[in-house]
Design a protein around this ligand. Structure first.
Ligand code: ZN
Length: 130
């Protein structure tokens, strides 16, 4: 076990350490200091660990407060969203329209070329076009 393995083990498992890791810790002062620091951090975390549980009426109080606050009507929210989305939608429509105009082939030429044997048409397309 190298230093990296031992430290990974120490950060994920803590103590008790595997025999292999313990062997490494006896021989490696650097990892021993690392283990001591990890222990100190764990002790400190446990010391400050407090569990806060809300009393039984907590959710009722939250719901009461939510009900007391005026919320904007749904139509107002929809109008806000439409105002924000309209420019984006118009821009996308213009971009797509422009792109479909400059990129070929147009639907009409596609339809006339499919009037030929469809298999030959597909094979021709795959081969790189006429
Ligand atoms: Zn080490």
């Amino acid at each position: 076990m190298n230093c990296q393995h031992v430290r990974k083990f120490l950060t994920s498992q803590g103590s008790p350490v595997e025999p292999e890791a313990a062997q490494h810790l006896r021989n490696c002062a650097s990892c021993r200091r690392f283990a001591e620091r990890m222990d100190a951090v764990r002790r400190e975390l446990r010391r400050h660990q407090t569990v806060v549980e809300p009393d039984g009426s907590f959710s009722a109080r939250v719901l009461d407060r939510l009900a007391a606050q005026p919320s904007p009507p749904a139509t107002e929210l929809l109008g806000w969203a439409a105002l924000r989305l309209l420019p984006v939608t118009l821009m996308l429509a213009l971009l797509l329209g422009g792109w479909s105009l400059i990129s070929g082939p147009n639907p009409e030429t596609l339809l006339t070329s499919v009037d030929q044997d469809p298999l030959a048409w597909v094979l021709n397309e795959e081969a790189g076009g006429p």
